[in-house]
Design a protein around this ligand. Sequence first.
Ligand code: FHN
Length: 433
Amino acid sequence: MSTQKADLIQERTERTKWFLNERFGMFIHWGLYAIPARGEWIRSNENISVEDYQKYFDEFDPVDYNPREWAKAAKKAGMKYVVLTAKHHEGFCLFDSKLTEYKSTNTKAGRDLVSEFLEAFRAEGLKVGLYYSIIDWYHEDYPAYGDKFHPMKNNENFKRDPQNFGRYVDYMHGQIRELLTNYGKLDIMWFDFSYDTMRGEKWRATELMEMMRELQPHIVIDNRLEGSSEGGGTMYTNDPTTYAGDFASPEQIIPPGGIVAHDGTPLPWEACVTLNNNWGYAAADHYYKKPATIIRKLVECVSKNGNMLLNVGPDAKGNIPKESLDILSEVGDWMSRNGSSIYGCGASELPKPEWGRYTQRGNKLYAHVFEESIGPINLAGLAGKLRTARLLSDGSELILSRPWNTAEFVNDAYVNFTRQDSLSFPLPDPRNT
Ligand code: FHN
């Protein structure tokens, strides 16, 4: 490995230390698509022309937008960082960009939504990040014709001159410069997404990364200037490009074995997950995951050295759906008692037990009991197994953390459970047995 590449990997390790410690963040997908309320891909899925989509720009007026309330909900849920869509594929900018008229300050709202968002979440002590879509269905120089990720791919009226794609890339770089210059310290930049031949230097990614590292050297960046939700890119190799990114970004699926480089070394990664089945607000989508499911996913991510970025999709007026808030509140109840089994934790050397998962931080081992079908866990027997396996040094502590009853979640089971959902006792000293 060249020195330069070794330095890149070392710098990435340094940059992501806080990120891998916090483990749990909030993703927020918000834009004009919240008005029709059928998810963020509506313009493409329903082949809506720019003219027909304009009515949403004309209507957008989030009178209930109060990002401080969003931030309080995230903090109460135990989340430590947040990522908001500054611009999604629709091309609408939630910030006062000087490079376009298609922005929130030109709507009835008349507000820089990103600026207010950043101030509110910083005030609640969370680290802040912005999502930026490199795909842009609004910009006239984004290649529409023949591009499968563009809504007008087969519409003769939307043929584009691909020679002007460079003008779109200039626009994209200019907006990234605006975001990293005009909005204070950002902790995360979340690009979305590369595909087919549209990756890497098609976005002039080396030039973009050099500019970003000059403006905000500490900022943690995902791998989608090269990759997508399916992964991809050189961060898995020992020869990463300058724009390989600092973390892999699996989507909805938690990788079976976590994420490692080709040589087997663990890589920083974060799984992004929806609460229902949509990223953007979808009024008819009531298929929400249960709090226990969310907790198990978070525990699974951490048990595999990963983070979880849990999504909310506010509605057109700026309200996070009540179903989402209720789940976040109950996840927060559990996190308030068991956050020590998440923050700063990672995989254990122990193999996964049949009844659940382990997370570990130093010599503290957290046993997350998911399945009680094998009857009450014999803690002494478990401690004996750990001791025999000599996998924990003397003075280690085994903390039993039981993310809720595996039975169908009902309130009284939750009440019974909370009085004892975390037991902690020192392992018997092997010298006394
Ligand atoms: O197309 C987007 C999608 O709308 C959403 O933003 C997700 C979140 O990671 N990313 C892309 C799909 O991979």
